[in-house]
Design a binder for this molecule. Structure first.
Ligand SMILES: [Mn+2]
Length: 311
């Protein structure tokens, strides 16, 4: 499959890269790594990353490219880390001549001409790395740095269960190419006092259902605004509830006025969440998933169903 994808990259002059909406480090890291790889090895090609917006906490990665002058009907599109059509960060994606999908989510809907879906990989960046490594073309620090960032974020800094020898093989390669992991950690995890204060707010607003083994926080937009943090910042703090023995499942219910839904981000250490979120129009990974409800009145029902996964 790596070879087929490389062949398509060789064929096209214009290559557009995109990822899932509200992208995370793994999604943007995949697109950036691919972009720098293609630019370095095929300098004649035009490579652009498109998307709606980069969340504030990833602003240091730079913005998206302008693709106004690119003829979509003559372009190859590579969509990274995106399980469903509705999550593609590019409205005109269907206008591209050929579409390659690279993804590692379990719940998955095929939408590309070429679909490379490998759910056993902890990060989409790891799949991208495999393609680039198999190509035997040149790699360098600039290419590997964003891929390493995605590996770090999607593995929870090498903490989550799918971390394996492949993960460390990639990390080793990245270090051999002098990727500065301390810079990545600094960019990602040194935050500010507003975030610290918001964490205090979160701790004060956790609803713990100790007897059932779960905990959650309901976050309204006004709470986030009042605390001077962004919704993305707020969502990125979901793991303040991880690593508590009695808490098997934890989630945030976040108001999203734009879509008129309440987005649920849910995590667990052992319980497979896929079936649960799929009942609420969601998807994701076994231990890290998401779904939505249309209003808070639906929350008790969500919790009722969730409890059946804990008994
Ligand atoms: Mn991912």
């Amino acid at each position: 499959m790596s070879k087929i994808i490389l062949k398509e990259i060789q064929k096209f002059k214009n290559i557009i890269l995109t990822q899932h909406i509200n992208p995370d480090g793994d999604a943007i890291g995949s697109s950036l790594g691919l972009k720098f790889f293609i630019e370095h090895n095929f300098p004649d090609k035009i490579v652009k990353i498109t998307g709606d917006r980069i969340p504030q906490y990833l602003n240091f990665l730079g913005g998206f490219d302008n693709i106004e002058n690119i003829e979509l009907s003559e372009s190859l599109l590579i969509i990274s880390d995106t399980a469903n059509e509705s999550r593609i960060d590019f409205t005109d994606w269907k206008k591209c001549k050929k579409i390659i999908k690279i993804d590692h989510h379990i719940s998955n809907e095929p939408f590309g001409d070429i679909n490379l879906v490998e759910p056993e990989y902890i990060a989409n960046c790891e799949i991208v790395f495999k393609i680039l490594e198999n190509s035997k073309l040149e790699l360098n620090k600039k290419i590997l740095e964003p891929l390493m960032l995605g590996l770090i974020t999607d593995s929870g800094r090498f903490l989550y269960p799918k971390t394996n020898e492949k993960t460390f093989h990639m990390a080793q390669k990245c270090l051999q190419y002098n990727v500065d992991i301390f810079k990545i950690y600094n960019d990602l995890y040194v935050s500010n006092l507003n975030i610290f204060k918001f964490k205090q707010w979160l701790f004060n607003n956790v609803i713990l259902e100790e007897q059932h083994g779960f905990g959650y926080v309901v976050i309204r937009e006004k709470d986030v605004i009042k605390q001077n943090v962004s919704i993305d910042d707020a969502k990125s703090l979901i793991n303040i509830l991880s690593n508590i023995n009695e808490i098997k499942i934890w989630f945030f219910v976040v108001e999203d006025k734009k879509s008129n839904f309440w987005k649920i981000s849910i995590r667990s250490r052992h319980v497979n969440l896929i079936n649960l979120v799929e009942q609420f129009n969601g998807g994701g990974h076994k231990l890290a998933a998401g779904c939505s409800i249309s209003n808070l009145e639906e929350l008790p029902n969500f919790i009722k169903v969730l409890k059946t996964y804990l008994n």
